[in-house]
Write a protein that binds this ligand. Structure first.
Ligand SMILES: Cc1ncc(COP(=O)(O)O)c(C=O)c1O
Length: 376
């Protein structure tokens, strides 16, 4: 019996909602897009939401709408999914990395200011694995230097810091709905902002650069087809209506892992720091420092061989070959990130993961650790 890293949680309600759209002629550009945007904007507490076909498209459009391009720099973290920095590069701007803080694994706020220059057009922080720790400090720094925050909230739907929701820290923010996320639309993303002009620009850019209320074949700027279909949006509306239930289920799974693993000194187990309400995206444990990178990789291999799907979230972004080649980044540039990346094990994590399966995962991991032994 394979235990998967992630599984979507689709009920009859979602299936009915999708089928209902299929019985209409409005498979795209129909009423479900607007409805999804409305309920999403209400849930996050922003004036406008713009649905797009992925988190990647959303982040890219945020930057285009703000006029970020060649010659500009955007400060971000090297400990994230590749799309964060890829979208910066897609605009022609340079991702300028700042190392992470080792507990939350978010960008280290004490290291941001020294990277700010005339070229800095924005900061793109990420709530890594759903953790909003440090976002209040990021806002203070951005305010002080009058720099815009574009928030990559792709992993943090439902998280909050001191009652302030993820997705409300930036002038613009983006969520993602790939099936491993808290909620899914199959593929999809959502841009959030309180700024009508920026939202209207994203609406135009996502649909071939059409003007507001303009003719279907009149194009006022270079645009894309980043639209999200009504089929996806119908799925998203039902998933979002279940977000409290989804958050609670994931919190329960995280709690089981914490109970079963926290007393093992070979592991660093994630917890919520003061003021943080984490909407758990994934559950990533880390090996204690005495374990080597090779041992971590071997443990991943053995877990997978035992039909427990685990992963190395994330390898350092700055050391991805194309990144290192383009910008000259090398080993040692971001030592905290590099050391964290060598120790992570993302465990199976999804809404309907049972306590019995969590126990199997933890038991198997401990058995493999017993066998791995100390480094000589
Ligand atoms: C931090 C982060 N940014 C961006 C994305 C991109 O989202 P998508 O896969 O929908 O393009 C993801 C998705 O996994 C992510 O985790």
């Amino acid at each position: 019996m394979r235990i998967y890293l992630s599984r979507p949680d689709i009920t009859e309600k979602e299936i009915e909602a999708v089928c209902a759209v299929l019985r209409t002629p409005n498979l795209s550009l129909g009423p479900k897009v607007h409805e999804f945007e409305q309920v999403f904007a209400n849930y996050i507490g922003r004036k406008r939401a713009v649905a797009v076909n992925s988190g990647t498209s959303g982040l890219f459009l945020c930057m285009l709408a703000m006029g970020i391009g060649p010659g500009d720099e955007v400060i971000t973290t090297p400990f994230t999914f590749i799309a964060t920095s890829n979208t910066i590069m897609m605009t022609g701007a340079k991702p300028l990395f700042v190392d992470i803080e080792p507990v939350s694994m978010n960008i280290d706020t004490s290291k941001i200011e020294r990277k700010i220059s005339k070229k800095t057009k924005a900061i793109m922080p990420v709530e890594v694995f759903g953790n909003p720790a440090g976002f209040d400090k990021i806002c203070q720094i951005a305010d002080k230097h009058k720099i815009t925050i574009i928030e990559d909230s792709c992993e943090a739907l439902g998280s909050a810091l001191n009652g302030k929701k993820a997705g409300t820290f930036g002038k613009m923010s983006t969520f993602a709905f790939y099936p491993n996320k808290q909620m899914t639309t199959g593929e999809g993303g959502m841009i959030l902002t309180n700024d009508d002009e920026l939202a209207d620009m994203c609406v135009s850019l996502r649909s071939q650069g059409r003007g507001k209320g303009g003719d279907w074949l009149a194009h006022v700027r270079l645009g894309y087809n980043f639209r999200l279909s009504d089929i996806n949006c119908a799925l998203g509306i039902v998933q979002l209506s279940r977000i409290d239930e989804i958050k609670a289920k994931r919190r329960q799974v995280a709690k089981w892992y914490q109970e079963m693993l926290s007393d093992d000194d070979r592991l660093i187990v994630p917890t919520e720091s003061h003021g943080c309400d984490i909407s758990w995206f994934v559950f990533v444990v880390r090996l204690a420092e005495r374990f080597t990178h090779r041992q971590r990789d071997q443990i991943l291999q053995e877990m997978n061989a035992k039909d427990i799907q685990v992963s190395n979230y994330f390898p350092p972004v700055h050391l991805q070959p194309f990144m290192a080649k383009r910008f000259g980044y090398k080993e040692g540039d971001f030592p905290v990130t590099e050391s964290v990346c060598k120790s992570t094990i993302a465990l199976p994590f999804y809404n309907n993961l049972t306590k019995d399966k969590v126990a199997i995962v933890c038991g198997t991991l401990k058995e493999i650790l017993d066998k791995t032994g100390p480094v000589i």
